[in-house]
Every structure is written in structure tokens, then in C-alpha cells.
Design a binder for this molecule. Structure first.
Ligand SMILES: *[C@@H]1O[C@H](CO)[C@@H](O)[C@H](O)[C@H]1NC(C)=O
Length: 436
């Protein structure tokens, strides 16, 4: 069952594309003859600004009779970008820069022989725009250093807000969520203290995961709030990546450990279970490197697509790998229930592990598939809703895991009377027939 689930996730994920956070970006273009080079995407409010500083501009064919109005920067919304592509295809226009559906920022005509361009462009129509460079001269290669900064001016004191319109409340969202996780960690410590006689090692592991998640969110809030105010992250992104990395590894390890029943059902790991961990941990390392490259290059960087695919592939492999130990546990418990006398005990564990399997699958589907779907269909103004949806699903998963696998003073597995035992054996038989 695990494999078919995995394949489905992969198909769905590979059809969506996510957006990076726009901020101040530096791009070097060297001898590039692409006719269209997209740079960055940003959601403007009614007080949007684009600051564009281009330096060391050099054309490979610096003849004086080149038509420089055919080289330059423009902004287009999603719809108008599609429209221009259609126009180019239908040969209604030969140059995207000349199309009447795009907003011309500046053409190289205004260089007047200089090699740099500095402009502030005001955009007062709220929408999500892509900054695009167009070069409609054939056989002319362009080299330049581009610094692009897109921001909105914030109401009262005209402060610059470098977060896209739909993401500007994210720092607050992350901060609130981190408080929730710190509270959860507090509650968990209280539970561990109360039930200290029945605490397993895995419960401390769970505590570590919750605390890491809380710190991860603090760093993300701080990171985004620095970007919001200054357009760059000031090192908080490094801390954020470190915590993400630790949290990613710990969370997947935790799912595997719980799935195998480690420290609940048995104090050791089998060889094949160890192998799963040995696959998941290095892959998480790769996934995190991919995440860093994706975030830092922006949606139109040259390696972006490749790293995006690496990330998706690795993520899907990890998600699938963690399902196998749960499936093995379920199988073992079924067999044990049939052979040894304690059908009821095993059946309860079986139900628990089945629930856990379903919840892990829901968690993976939701945080990967539903969140990407939301991101693609929601308007740019409400992009934060997909982040909130994903975080709430994660929170629900943490709470479920903590609740179902909490330390129990009276372990329900071992206090079962004969009547229940018989009923359980009966149910197991029925189930077997049903499955056949
Ligand atoms: C970019 O150009 C704008 C407009 O001339 C100017 O105000 C700003 O200082 C420039 N920024 C940099 C980093 O050169």
C-alpha cells in the first residue's frame, strides 16, 4: 500500500510550483542571448515600488545603429505574461517590450551611451508582477549586473515593506505559532513529570522535536521580519536553515521510531528498520541543501528547476521510506495477534498503528499536496493562507502523535479481561475473512 500512495503524491507534487520570497536580489548576467529573462515575482499593493540598478552593461555587438528600444525591462502580471507569450507565438508582435499589455520599466535607449541604469519605478495598480528582461535584437549578447528591489510603502510613515503583499503578515504568524509550540513543550514536560514512572526514551525524543520546531519558527519569524524591514535576512536565515535541518531529521527519525514501535514494543531496531533511517537521514541533508539553493536563487534562477526537482524527489522518497516501518509493524502485530493468545492486546496496538499510518499519510498529503494546491489557486493577496493551512496540519499531527503515544500510568494494553479477549479474537477472524 505504501508504494501506491507514494506514486500518487509524486504525481501531484510534480505538477505544482512554489514561489520563493522576493527580496533584494543581485543577478549577474554574462553573454546571455536569451530573448526573455524573468527575474523575480512580487505582489504589489497600491504603493508598490521597483528599484532597479543595472551596472556594467555591455552588448556583444556595440554598433551605434542598434535599436536599443528593443532591449530593456518590463513588468507583467500573470495574465499579461501569458498574453504576451501568446502574442509572440501568433506573431502579432515581434518584441515583448513593444506589446501594449506589459508595463515598460525602462529600455536601454535611456542609457545614452552610459553603462549603468538606476531607476525607481512606481507601480500603483495592486497585483502580482514579474520583472522581466527582454532582448529582441538577434545575435546580440548582453552582460550586466542587476540589483532589483521590490517593495510596498507601508501606510502611515511610508516604511518600506520588502515582503510580497500576501506574505507581509507571515512574521507575526510564525511568531504566534512558535508560542503555541513552546506552550506544547511546557505541557509535555508537565506530562512527563507527572507520569515519570512510565516514561520511555521516545518521549524525550518527542520533547526535543517540539522544542526544535518552536525554535525553527522563532528563527523563521525573525528571518522574515528582517527581510520585511530591510530586504535581506542578516544571518537569521542561516540559523533558520540549521534548525530546519535538525528539525527535519528529528521529525523523520521520530516517525520511523514510533512506526517501528521502538521503546514501546521493543527496545531495539531491526536491521531493515535501521536501513530506513540510514536512507532518510542523508536524504534530509540533501533536501536541506536543495531548500537553501531554491530560496537563495529565486524562482527564475538557472539552477532553480533542477534543485526544485531534486528537493521534490528526495522529499517524496523520505515520505515513502517512513511509511514502510509502520507497515512492517502492522504486519507483525497481525501475525502476533493470530499466533499468541493475547489477541485483544495486539488488536489494540494494531488499531493504534493503523491510525498512526493513516494520520502520517494525511499529514504528508496535506503538507505537500494540499498546501501546494492552495498556493497555486489562491490569489497572491492571500498566499499566507497556504502557509497557515500547512502549519495547522503540522500542529494537528504533533498533537495527535503526542496524545496517542503519551506515557500512560495504566497501560491499557495490559489490563484486559477475558470477555474482551474473546471479542477481540472474534473481530480478528472477521477481519481476516473480510480481507480475503
Ligand atoms: C538605485 O537607483 C536608485 C535611483 O537612482 C537610487 O536612489 C539608489 O540609491 C540606487 N541604489 C543602489 C544600491 O545603487
Amino acid at each position: 500500500m505504501a508504494i501506491s500512495h507514494c506514486f500518487f503524491v509524486f504525481l501531484l507534487i510534480s505538477s505544482f510550483v512554489s514561489l520563493g520570497f522576493a527580496e533584494i536580489r543581485f543577478t549577474e548576467i554574462r553573454s546571455d542571448d536569451r530573448s526573455i529573462i524573468p527575474f523575480d515575482e512580487f505582489g504589489f499593493t497600491h504603493t508598490g515600488r521597483l528599484e532597479l540598478n543595472v551596472s556594467q552593461i555591455a552588448l556583444s555587438n556595440p554598433k551605434s545603429d542598434l535599436d536599443l528600444t528593443k532591449v530593456g525591462f518590463f513588468l507583467c502580471t500573470r495574465d499579461s505574461c501569458m498574453h504576451v507569450l501568446q502574442q509572440l507565438q501568433d506573431r502579432e508582435t515581434t518584441c515583448a517590450l513593444k506589446s501594449d499589455v506589459v508595463k515598460l520599466v525602462s529600455s536601454f535607449k535611456s542609457l545614452n551611451g552610459k553603462s549603468s541604469l538606476n531607476i525607481v519605478y512606481e507601480e500603483n495598480d495592486a497585483d502580482q508582477y514579474t520583472l522581466v528582461f527582454a532582448n529582441c535584437l538577434s545575435q546580440v549578447k548582453v552582460s550586466m549586473n542587476v540589483r532589483s528591489a521590490m517593495y510596498n510603502l507601508d501606510g502611515k510613515n511610508n516604511r518600506q515593506d520588502y515582503l510580497s503583499a500576501g506574505k507581509t503578515i507571515l512574521p507575526r504568524v510564525y511568531f504566534l505559532l512558535s508560542l503555541v509550540y513552546f506552550t506544547l513543550a511546557g505541557i509535555w514536560i508537565y506530562v512527563l513529570y507527572k507520569k515519570r514512572l512510565t516514561v520511555f526514551r521516545i518521549h524525550f525524543f518527542m520533547l526535543a522535536v517540539v522544542i526544535l520546531k518552536a525554535f525553527n519558527l522563532v528563527c523563521e519569524a525573525e528571518d522574515k521580519s528582517y527581510i520585511k524591514r530591510t530586504g535581506s535576512a542578516h544571518g537569521w536565515d542561516v540559523l533558520f536553515y540549521i534548525f530546519s535541518f535538525l528539525k527535519g531529521i528529528m521529525l523523520f527519525t521520530l516517525i520511523v521510531l514510533i512506526g517501528t514501535g521502538w521503546s514501546f514494543l521493543k527496545p531495539y531496531l531491526q536491521d531493515k528498520e535501521k536501513k530506513v533511517l540510514m536512507i532518510v537521514i542523508p536524504l534530509q541533508f540533501v533536501a536541506n541543501i536543495a531548500q537553501v539553493v531554491i530560496d537563495e536563487t529565486g524562482p527564475f534562477g538557472q539552477d532553480w528547476i533542477t534543485w526544485r526537482q531534486v528537493f521534490l524527489l528526495v522529499d517524496v522518497v523520505c515520505c515513502c521510506a517512513v511509511l514502510f516501518p509502520i507497515v512492517w509493524s502492522i504486519k507483525n502485530l497481525r501475525e502476533a495477534a493470530r499466533t499468541d493468545g493475547k489477541a485483544a492486546v495486539n488488536l489494540m496496538k494494531l488499531t493504534l498503528f493503523r491510525q498512526y499510518y493513516i494520520v502520517v499519510i494525511c499529514y504528508i498529503y496535506f503538507t505537500r499536496v494540499v498546501v501546494y494546491a492552495l498556493e497555486t489557486i489562491t490569489s497572491y493577496k492571500y498566499l499566507w493562507t497556504s502557509v497557515v493551512a500547512g502549519e495547522l496540519a503540522t500542529l494537528a499531527f504533533y498533537v495527535f502523535t503526542g496524545y496517542k503515544f503519551k506515557p500512560e500510568a495504566h497501560n491499557p494494553y495490559f489490563v484486559i479481561d477475558d470477555e474482551e479477549e474473546e471479542a477481540a479474537a472474534e473481530q480478528l477472524k472477521l477481519e481476516d475473512e473480510f480481507e480475503l
